[in-house]
Write a protein that binds this ligand. Structure first.
Ligand code: WQD
Length: 341
């Protein structure tokens, strides 16, 4: 049997990265994880093995350390890279801009140096709907819309990263696919893998599940005066396994340009209050919550036009927001019973 293709997954112990590693194994690839575990834990590698029955090579280290990064490339012959490693909390980036610019951009620049040195031309880049900025919100976002002015340093790091990749692709054989995520949520259907942020979650669904599990006193819904039907922010919540599958599909995308961009969402917007009410409905668990002031960096509504990914990646969402909520709740209970943290 031919040696399966090695794929470097930076940030592979993180939420979307770990689920993508599972999807890569399922499609016959050999993923190799590189992560500094700044917002994850090495125990996730064991969970991936529990699900797949496969051992995954894992390098613990920081991509800002050029020598470390190069040493990983010297040990492998990567067919491609999926680059997840980045800080991703919108509000935190407003408070700590340099922390975000240094981590997210220095890591990418070092990676690009290795891709050039080791002649790896395939990169799938974890981008974000935040690059569309505020001016485009309130309507389905499509990839032809010009990138706007992101509303946070986090969004700017994704905007700048895309521009770097476009410029380099124009002058080399590098062929990047940008995947602009909307709001990935949920967990692996087995309940053995899911979102595991260190400390109080920045994202809404893990905060909900931790509140329901009694780890947090109550959820604060940030803002009830947005320009949306119930006044709370609207987002496009997509199951993390659907997001993971799109990454695997992107590895075999055949280019007729020097780079490509795809939105990853469901095309449907759901408000924070609707998400809370859906959680209570599908789990039967009432949730303690209150309304509080707006959070810096948030915009009223962000949801996707996903027709391009459906057409060109031959990809479609297979799971619902209810599936994601139930899977996330199953994971929350599993990880507490098994003391995974
Ligand atoms: C969603 C809504 C909050 C917590 C995320 C990722 C980002 C990017 C886009 C991939 C907002 C509200 C939250 C809480 C709340 N994804 N909220 N109480 O900000 O849309 O960004 O998706 O690149 O990386 O972080 O997601 O889950 O933080 O917030 O009311 O305790 O939930 O105000 O309206 P966000 P989020």
């Amino acid at each position: 049997m031919s040696e399966s293709k090695e794929i470097l997954v930076t940030g592979g112990t993180g939420f979307i990265g770990s689920h993508t590693v599972v999807a890569l194994f399922e499609q016959g690839y050999t993923p190799v994880i590189l992560d500094n575990c700044s917002n994850s834990t090495p125990s996730i590698v064991k969970q991936i093995s529990l699900i797949t029955g496969k051992e995954c090579t894992f390098y613990l280290g920081d991509m800002r350390d050029k020598a470390f990064l190069k040493s990983v490339f010297e040990k492998h012959s990567f067919e491609g890279v999926i680059h997840f490693a980045a800080f991703k909390a919108v509000a935190e980036s407003v408070e700590k801009p340099l922390y975000y610019y240094d981590n997210n951009l220095t890591s990418l620049i070092n990676l690009l140096g290795c891709l050039e040195e080791f002649q790896v031309n395939k990169i799938v880049f974890s981008s974000s709907c935040t690059v569309y900025g505020v001016e485009n919100s309130l309507k389905p976002l499509n990839e032809e819309m010009p990138v706007g002015k992101p509303n946070s340093p986090y969004g700017w790091t994704k905007w700048m990263a895309e521009q770097m990749l476009i410029d380099i692709a124009g002058k080399t054989d590098l062929r990047p696919v940008f995947l602009r995520y909307f709001n990935p949520i949920g967990a692996h259907v087995s309940g053995k893998l899911g979102e595991l942020p260190l400390g109080p979650p920045n994202n809404v669904l893990p905060y909900i599940t931790q509140t329901a599990a009694g780890l947090r006193k109550e959820l604060t819904i940030f803002g009830k005066d947005y320009d949306t039907p119930d006044g709370t922010c609207v987002r496009d919540y997509i199951h993390v396994m659907d997001v993971a599958k799109a990454h695997v599909k992107s590895l075999s995308y055949s280019f007729d340009s020097t780079f490509e961009v795809f939105n990853l969402g469901t095309g449907k917007g759901t408000s924070v209050l609707e998400l809370v009410q859906l959680f209570e409905k599908v789990t039967g668990k009432p949730l303690n919550y209150q309304f509080g002031p707006r959070r810096s960096g948030d915009v009223d509504a962000l949801f996707a036009d996903v027709s391009k990914a459906k057409k060109f990646l031959n990809w479609n969402t297979e799971r619902t927001i209810e599936d994601a909520i139930l899977d996330a709740w199953k994971w929350e209970q599993y990880r507490l019973e098994n003391e995974i943290s």
